[in-house]
Design a binder for this molecule. Sequence first.
Ligand code: G1P
Length: 271
Amino acid sequence: MIKQAIIPLAGLGTRLLPLTSVFAKELLPINGKPGIEYILDECIDAGIKEIIFIISKKKEIVKKYFYNDKFYKKIIKNKKDSRILKEYKKILKYRKKIKFVYQNSPKGTGDAVLKTQNYIKDNFFLMLLPDDLIMKINCSKAMIKVHNKYKSSVMASMVVNKKTVNRWGIYSSKKKLDKNNFLISDVVEKPDVNKSPSNNAVIGRYILSKEIFKVLKNQKKGKGGEIHITDSIKKMILNGSKYVGHKFSGKYLDCGSMNGYINSSLEISKI
Ligand code: G1P
């Protein structure tokens, strides 16, 4: 069973400036609800019991969102508003499941994952990148099923426009396992458009094994001077670890870019 999830939240959100200059991108509203709550709902619905937030001193506002009790209690006392009480209870429910760890310098997703090493109890855990919303069908739940079937690591996959491959991790695959799942033979972080092995991209849902921490400890900086989880996954695959790519069927919304963020509220309002 996969019981723990980790969510890297220490990123600066520069693609969403000026919205992120004083605010955390994960708290920005998407159709009237902070983006992070969609991610939390996906985790909880998939049976996750503990969620580890990787934040930084600059992102304390994320913690505050879940620990603003004094403010809520005062308002609830003065104003008998059932909607506010319901929202407060929801936040308390989320909070019970959340732990915070710190990544004070944003060195990349690989470095963020390494910060959770001492908290991971089981052999496998889930990671969700909060820029990637997947609506309609719970991608984490589907991936946990794939993990249970193949006893492997799993990553979400989606075919993207060939001209945009340098924005994603890109897969190579040799073998189809079943209709929506394939065996990954290699993965490369943000390849050049003319050197890309395919246009099948990594989307931000991963089931990873604890083994990855050993690799991450020695992981050197890659593209853009960051420590990428993709580079450690690549090493593991080349050393024989089994990674399955899962073509998810939900609706993908890229909330990490300005156009994508604006579009996401419109799309969710239609669901
Ligand atoms: C990260 C990963 C990349 C993946 C993408 C999915 O990139 O490094 O491999 O394809 O998420 O959203 P980032 O969005 O942090 O640049």
